[in-house]
Design a protein around this ligand. Structure first.
Ligand code: ADP
Length: 263
C-alpha cells in the first residue's frame, strides 16, 4: 500500500517517531490511540497524517451523549419517507479513510459495540438497522484520543478496548520544539517565542496555585498571534493565557506576576 502524495499538509512539528508509528499502523491496518493533555497537538497530528497519506478524515468530537447511532448513522425522515443516513464512522469505512474519535472516553459505553469489531482483526462494522456488515478496506484506519488527566473511575477506557489499539503518548513539548511550533503557527518573532515558552515553563511548574489544567501550546499560539498583530504582550498573555486558565482573581494575579516578570 503506497501513500498518495498531497500538497497542503497542515503544519505539524514532530516530537519523535510518531509520524513513522502512525504510517506503519496505517500500513498494517492497526488502530491507534493517542493520549495526552489538551492542546498538545493530537488533533493537528491526525490532520497532518491524513493529508500526508492522502486520506479523507472524519473527526468526531465525542461528548457524554454520543451514542453508537451518532457514529454509525440513522434513518431520517424526508419527503414522507425514511432514508438511511451514514454517520461519520460508516462513511470512513465505506470510503476508506481515517475516523478520528476525539476525547473518546466521553462517549457512551454502547459505542464500544461498534468500535470493538472494527478495532481487531475482523475489521467489520455491523449496521444493525440496515442489516449490513461492512468490511473495512485497507485504507480505513480508526484513531482515538483521550486525556488521561480527565479520567475518573467510571470514565476510563476499558482494558478490552485499550488492548485492541497501539498507543502513543503525547506530552508537553520541549522548549525548543514549542518555540518551533510558535514560529510555524504564528510566524512570530523568535524572541517572543522564547519569552512565551519560558513563561509557559514557569506557569507549568507553579506548585502552590490551584489550576485544573496547566497552560497548553494552543494557548501560547493564541498569545503569539495577539502580540503579532500589535497587542501589548502582557495584555495578550492576560487574555490568551491567564483568563483562559482560571476564574479565580487571586490565582489570575499570581499567574500575571509570572508574565510581568518576563515582559
Ligand atoms: P489536542 O488535540 O491535543 O487538544 P490540537 O492538535 O488541537 O490539540 O493543538 C492545538 C493547537 O496547538 C493547534 O491548533 C496548533 O496551533 C498547536 N500545536 C500544538 N502542538 C503542535 C505541533 N506539534 N505542531 C503544530 N502545531 C501544534
Amino acid at each position: 500500500m503506497n501513500a498518495p502524495m498531497t500538497t497542503n499538509i497542515p503544519f505539524y512539528e514532530a516530537a519523535g517517531n510518531e509520524v513513522e508509528v502512525f504510517e506503519q499502523a496505517w500500513k498494517n491496518r492497526l488502530p491507534l490511540i493517542i493520549k495526552g493533555p489538551t492542546g498538545v497537538g493530537k488533533t493537528r497530528f491526525v490532520a497532518h497524517m491524513a493529508a500526508r497519506l492522502g486520506l479523507p478524515l472524519y473527526t468526531v468530537a465525542c461528548h457524554d451523549d454520543l451514542t453508537a447511532a451518532d457514529l454509525v448513522g440513522r434513518h431520517l425522515l424526508g419527503d414522507g419517507q425514511t432514508v438511511w443516513c451514514d454517520g461519520p464512522l460508516t462513511r470512513a469505512v465505506r470510503e476508506g479513510g481515517i475516523c478520528y474519535l476525539d476525547e473518546v472516553v466521553e462517549a457512551r459505553r454502547d459505542t464500544t459495540v461498534v468500535i470493538h469489531p472494527l478495532a481487531d482483526d475482523r475489521r467489520v462494522l455491523p449496521i444493525e438497522r440496515t442489516g449490513e456488515l461492512l468490511h473495512a478496506p485497507d485504507n480505513f484506519m480508526l484513531v482515538m484520543s483521550y486525556n488521561p488527566g480527565y479520567q475518573n473511575f467510571l470514565k476510563g477506557l476499558k482494558p478490552s478496548t485499550r488492548q485492541r489499539f497501539i498507543s502513543l503518548r503525547f506530552e508537553f513539548p520541549s522548549a525548543a520544539r514549542e518555540e518551533s511550533i510558535l514560529l510555524g503557527e504564528a510566524a512570530c518573532d523568535p524572541m517572543l517565542a522564547k519569552q512565551l515558552v519560558s513563561i509557559a515553563a514557569r506557569l507549568r511548574s507553579l506548585k502552590d496555585v490551584d489550576l485544573e489544567e496547566v497552560v497548553s501550546t494552543r494557548l501560547l499560539v493564541y498569545a503569539a498571534k495577539l502580540v503579532k498583530v500589535g497587542l501589548d504582550p502582557i495584555e495578550a498573555c492576560r487574555s490568551a493565557l491567564v483568563e483562559s486558565l482560571t476564574d479565580d482573581a487571586d490565582v489570575a494575579d499570581a499567574l500575571l506576576e509570572v508574565v510581568r516578570a518576563t515582559f
